[in-house]
Design a protein around this ligand. Sequence first.
Ligand SMILES: NC(=O)c1ccc[n+]([C@@H]2O[C@H](COP(=O)([O-])OP(=O)(O)OC[C@H]3O[C@@H](n4cnc5c(N)ncnc54)[C@H](O)[C@@H]3O)[C@@H](O)[C@H]2O)c1
Length: 332
Amino acid sequence: MKIVVLKQEDIKSVFSMKDAVEADKDAFLLYSLGKSNVPLRVNLNVPECEGQSLYMPGYAADAKALGVKIVSVYPKNIEKGLNSVPATMVLVNCETGEVCSLLDGTYLTRVRTGAASGAATDVLARKDSKVFALFGTGGQAESQLEAVLTVRPVKLVKVFDISAERAEDFAKRMTAEFGETFGVKIVAAKSSAEAIEDADIITCVTTTKNPVFDGKLVKKGCHINGVGSYTPEMNEIDEYTITHADKVYVDTRNGALNESGDLIIPIQKGTFSADKVTGELGEVIAGKIQGRVNDQEITVFKTTGSAVQDIVTAQRIYENALKKGIGSVIEF
Ligand SMILES: NC(=O)c1ccc[n+]([C@@H]2O[C@H](COP(=O)([O-])OP(=O)(O)OC[C@H]3O[C@@H](n4cnc5c(N)ncnc54)[C@H](O)[C@@H]3O)[C@@H](O)[C@H]2O)c1
């Protein structure tokens, strides 16, 4: 048995954000067509070490994608100088059942999560979108930024974070990373309102419990990606936006409606309901439901993430790595 080990640098060298956006579109399509098997995540508590280990399995026959992502949450790791949320993707050859690859799961998550917003933006945002507001400048923010820059001709990015220092630093680093390649100006905004003023696209990727912008200030025609809220208490996109948007799409109905406070809170208050969700992004990609129909509509995409993204993206990365002879091989 041969296992190909793929670190962040290996993945970067064989897989672009454009590839990742296409992989996520295919993953969401397979999911919404009922062509994937994504069982519920298994959460194992490890109270002795104050940790939790999460197992996210999935299989999509048409993509030949099979595997499990293992993500653990060990807050005390920080004291040991270790990553507090270590993640590894275990990819399995669906023809033989043998493990064929181990991938850096932290980087894989960043890429496939950025690409989810990239896919939604490509499908739903106005083609002429020029101004992009990004909320949150943590671990997930760079791939969120790259994904939107990859699919739309954005000229100005306004970044907002509750830490002004982090926002300034992020804007500087991202200007060095993407400024020239994409011909884009990246600046830190002083307030949430300043960030969304004139924004054609908004992405929220924060750990907040309270809404990051005032929905009444959102420009007509704007497309909004909500990435951060993944528990019923976390509310990143405000109730006004959810109840006044022309269309609200999700990655998976099951995930978004059961996990995200962005939808659960207005549903509990009775101002929104599950049947007001327009549909899944995969259903738009399949041509089963409509996406944006004019330049005035405000569209929302809420993602909580799915193992289908991990397995399809990891399989594509693995195939590219095999073709290019990238990665270290373990034989046993
Ligand atoms: N949807 C998915 O598939 C998916 C995948 C991975 C992570 N996530 C979630 O995305 C979120 C962000 O992840 P991360 O790793 O970048 O987190 P992080 O902790 O590295 O960074 C979060 C950033 O958000 C900022 N922030 C908090 N409240 C804010 C507010 N009100 N306004 C502006 N900025 C604010 C913080 O200052 C910080 O810089 C988390 O909730 C994470 O669980 C979602």
